[in-house]
Design a protein around this ligand. Structure first.
Ligand code: NAD
Ligand code: UDP
Length: 339
């Protein structure tokens, strides 16, 4: 039977909580009445991403690098800390591996000491450049151990190993989410990920940089759907450890995404083709049967609707910069203006 909470108001620790996914997760957890501790070293995250939560007594922000031990109390830990975009995680690859591996050891050690349930934000990169399509959780992957993506892929693979060893050896309650490409408001405008790049380029009338011939595929999940998957996974029975795929199986070519964003923004930008990065996976699409059965979860937001929200966010960002706190009214107006 699932354990109940130790504290009257559930205390939840979110590492990487000032990042893109983390800020949405913190927002949802605070809204649901939890006491949230957000821990971040601001490597890629920004204080402004959680600026709207800072006045809330149920929210606390702490600067800390999870490669060092942390001593706090919590019922549940969501371990999201790690740069996620290829540009950011390849910038300091040694730190990326340390964050995944030392960070996992520290957070698992914390979870063991305080008997907390812990969820790992793992990734579809576990599957590398997959030769099985769509990817099921049983597939072991096709990862280059020495390439430029390895600091992230192998770090995340090692973190999964550690989670399962703590589960087997110390009976820790673990959850592993294998997240597929997720997008939405508060993505970092310069992180080089495809959705943020294309939207920023389209809005600023710059060329849209499609790598390779744009025939590689990805499946894009809107952030609110993903956060809902996190909450369901954390709330599931103890026997549901994962790994479990969370993503949207609506698979698109990158060229198709570029054309869709040009249409939605009404941009005059032209598409240009640049070299495909080393080890760039050719196709990626989640099989989400497990999530459907075990969590009763599936994404609901269409690519068009999700992109409208995201375009509105980046329009606002270009107008106001990252420092303005209250953007809700401006963004609703901008969403309604997008076709
Ligand atoms: P992000 O870069 O926006 O957020 C990561 C956060 O972790 C940032 O706030 C950063 O400052 C923080 N961080 C990095 N190293 C840290 C450290 N050593 N100590 C404390 N904080 C640290 O990325 P995101 O898109 O929000 O991704 C969050 C998590 O989800 C990551 O673990 C990522 O690997 C995973 N993930 C994301 C996606 C996606 O499409 N967004 C896909 C697969 C997996
Ligand atoms: N990509 C692209 N143009 C860009 C940024 C990315 O064509 O300006 C491609 C990239 O080569 C990859 C896909 O878009 O095939 C997704 O890239 P992203 O960095 O968003 O995430 P990944 O899934 O590769 O981690």
């Amino acid at each position: 039977m699932a354990k109940t909470y130790k504290y009257d108001i559930p205390r939840i620790l979110v590492t990487g909580g000032a990042g893109f996914l983390g800020s949405h997760l913190c927002e949802r957890l605070v809204r649901d009445g939890n006491d949230v501790l957000c821990v971040d070293n601001f490597y890629t995250g920004r204080r402004t991403s959680v600026g709207h939560l800072l006045e809330d007594p149920m929210f606390e922000l702490m600067r800390h690098d999870i490669t060092f031990p942390l001593y706090v109390e919590a019922d549940e830990i969501y371990n999201l800390a790690c740069p996620a975009s290829p540009v950011h995680y390849q910038h300091d690859p040694v730190q990326t591996t340390k964050t995944s591996v030392h960070g996992a050891i520290n957070m698992l050690g914390l979870a063991k000491r305080i008997d907390a349930k812990i969820m790992q934000a793992s990734t579809s990169e576990i599957y590398g450049d997959p030769d099985m399509h769509p990817q099921v959780e049983e597939y072991w992957g096709n990862v280059n151990a020495v390439g430029p993506r390895a600091c992230y892929d192998e770090g995340k693979r090692c973190a999964e190993t550690l989670f399962f060893d703590y589960h087997r050896q110390h009976k820790l309650r673990i959850k592993i989410a294998r997240i597929f490409n997720t997008y939405g408001p508060r993505m970092h405008p310069n992180d080089g990920r495809v959705v943020s790049n294309f939207i920023m380029q389209a809005l600023q009338g710059e060329p849209i940089t499609v790598y390779g011939e744009g025939q590689q595929t990805r499946s894009f999940c809107y952030v609110s759907d993903l956060v809902d998957g996190f909450i369901r996974l954390m709330g599931s029975a103890d026997k549901v450890t994962g790994p479990i795929n969370l993503g949207n199986p609506d698979e698109r070519t990158i060229l198709d995404l570029a054309e869709t964003i040009i249409r939605l923004t009404g941009s005059k930008s032209k598409i240009i083709f640049e070299d495909l990065p080393v080890d760039d996976p050719i196709q990626r699409c989640p099989d989400i049967s497990k999530a459907k059965t075990a969590l009763k979860w599936q994404p609901n937001v269409s690519l068009k609707d999700g992109l409208k929200e995201t375009v509105a966010y980046f329009k606002w960002y270009i107008e106001h910069g990252s420092t303005t706190r209250d953007r809700s009214r401006t963004v609703s107006r901008l969403v309604s203006e997008i076709a």
